[in-house]
Design a protein around this ligand. Sequence first.
Ligand SMILES: [Zn+2]
Length: 506
Amino acid sequence: MDRVIIFDTTLRDGEQAAGGALTIREKLEIARQLERLGVDAIEAGFPFSSPGDFEAVSLIAREVRTPVVCALARAHPDDIDSAWEAVKQAKHPRLHLFLSASDIHLMYQLKKSREQVLETARDMVARAKQYTDDIEFSPMDASRTELEYLYQIVEAVIDAGATTVNIPDTVGYAIPDEFGSLIGGIFQNVPNINQAIISVHCHNDLGLAVANSLEAVRRGARQVECTINGIGERAGNASLEEVVMAIKTRQDFFNLTTGINTVQIYRASRLVSELTGFSVQPNKAIVGANAFRHESGIHQDGVIKVPITYEIMDPRTVGIPASSLVLGKLSGRHAFRERLAELGYSLSEEDLSHTFTAFKGLADKKKEVTDRDVESIIAQELRTVSEVYHLDCVQVSCGDRGIPTASVRLIGPDSQVLADAALGTGPIDAVYKAINRLVGVPNVLTEFSVKSVTEGIDAIGEVLIRIESEGVTYTGRGIDTDIIVASAKACVNALNRLLVVRRTAK
Ligand SMILES: [Zn+2]
């Protein structure tokens, strides 16, 4: 049976999406989960674009062993050299070059003729080939490129040494039948096509990224570029979990396979959602909260009798934990550790002590601690960026009379204790003003959202914020049973992220 190569670009295209500014440590953690998930290739970043990206790519190249680690570069000598410098320590390095191909891009963006572009593509692939054998080339905006010219480019780059040719639907314009014909046409009209793998990279502007990718696979493409939860530029990319589960569930139709260890899907989805701050919509296929929830009585009755009546997939196949009710106030360290193991986490003794204390604190306030709560604790305790400032204490007074007032105490660098108080239009505004005055980094709050992690009046509140400073967006998360405290934690978290990212970028 034929195998489809799964090329994950969560760390490049996904990270590029607004507000995805991840720290290097967080990128590495996602890369490790992608390795457990069994992706064939990880596109780790675009090294020439920023020192932070360069650093992240080289770290992932050193740490990740099984998958191919790929670095993106424009078809330009400096870009290619920098990409190679970053990725060269990988066990399986790949360079991915891209260059615009459509007349629209040539005319308005590159201001070059077709012949010039063809020559650059050929020369730059040859240059990259001196570094490594594994070369991928993408003619950008392929789905809007004149066909004869597209065939010429594909043939030329394969001749120059490209081993994978990626056909991107950069602007998400294609329709499945049409995109399938485009792929079929390449197989019929490019003489040396058997010397390379055809890949596709589809965007979801019309909601067709997965459909287009699957149609391309049906017509002979053997690499799909995708992201966890479908995150990416604008409306995002093809979602990895949907592509993989479609191929697996409908093996009778596709007669194809992937190397993905599907039980790791749910964890990958949660991790990416927590770290990027892009939450997953409840009705999202495969990984949404309602994806396996049956509301209709007739359906429930059927599923209880025989699951296959209304379930085309077993939720355990994608790693969704079977039970949701877990621990309480009386649960000990052992039970906590067991539950963590069932959820797929193995923590060091030190991290375990840390999270167990946080769990006890929560169990005192909340009757039942569910899996979602446990995941939130882990996200909060282990994945937060290293703390430049620590929130020591926050207190507010508010109501419909009087002026909302907040006092805040932070522990800063060198254990310095900092305290201030501020007035605001509301309690959260007052808290933010006090914190910002203490930290002293100019920023604008661009997004603020609160949601409850679980059901019930005693649920944990999760606050997600985005702040913007010098044109870069930073996310911050905070959880607590008190949403004012959660908001303060989110604010400090975002500022810590800003400070850490800024430090590594220098
Ligand atoms: Zn893209």
